[in-house]
Design a protein around this ligand. Structure first.
Ligand SMILES: [Zn+2]
Ligand SMILES: [Zn+2]
Ligand SMILES: [Zn+2]
Length: 160
């Protein structure tokens, strides 16, 4: 299993921006536990499952209760700080949390597990307008596209 990082980017800056946005959006509601879970989610751009979060918290703080972790994840997704990736049954940090409740589109690498969030209003608008044509009232929309990231696709090309 590949454990590559997204090529050439300063991930510390991703984490710093995400935590700053969370502080700005949530204020005092960003409790130490919520903040720590958000940090765990932002450990990489690969979605992390609730069980892995539970394990990490258990190592740090002694036993963490599953309902606490699920409530924390619900808080983070409801406030637009993280998205649940249904395909991976896992969570990933949102790259533009100021647009809470926005339609999300993700490219998911089948090899290394990385998730790249797109931010293209045209896609959301196209889906919404087709839904409207069918008389369907959209409550929320998320799109998950499975494939191979440039690094993994490149590796395959190398081996022929
Ligand atoms: Zn990053
Ligand atoms: Zn997002
Ligand atoms: Zn990949």
């Amino acid at each position: 299993m590949g454990k590559r990082r997204t090529a050439h980017h300063n991930h510390n800056a991703c984490v710093r921006d995400a935590l700053a946005a969370a502080r700005a959006l949530c204020g005092a509601k960003l409790t130490p536990l919520r903040r720590r879970v958000l940090e765990l989610i932002w450990a990489s751009h690969r979605p992390i499952g609730a069980y892995a979060i539970l394990e990490a918290l258990g190592r740090e703080r002694g036993r963490a209760a599953p309902p606490t972790v699920y409530r924390t994840l619900a808080f983070l997704t409801e406030h637009g700080l993280a998205h649940r990736i249904a395909m991976a049954n896992a969570y990933v940090g949102c790259v533009h949390p100021e647009a809470a409740g926005h339609a999300s589109q993700f490219l998911l690498c089948a090899d290394c597990g990385e998730a790249v969030e797109l931010d293209d209003r045209r896609i959301a608008r196209a889906v919404a307008s087709e839904a409207r044509r069918k008389g369907f009232a959209v409550l929320s929309q998320s799109l998950e596209v499975r494939g191979r990231c440039p690094a993994c696709a490149g590796d395959r090309a190398d081996v022929g």
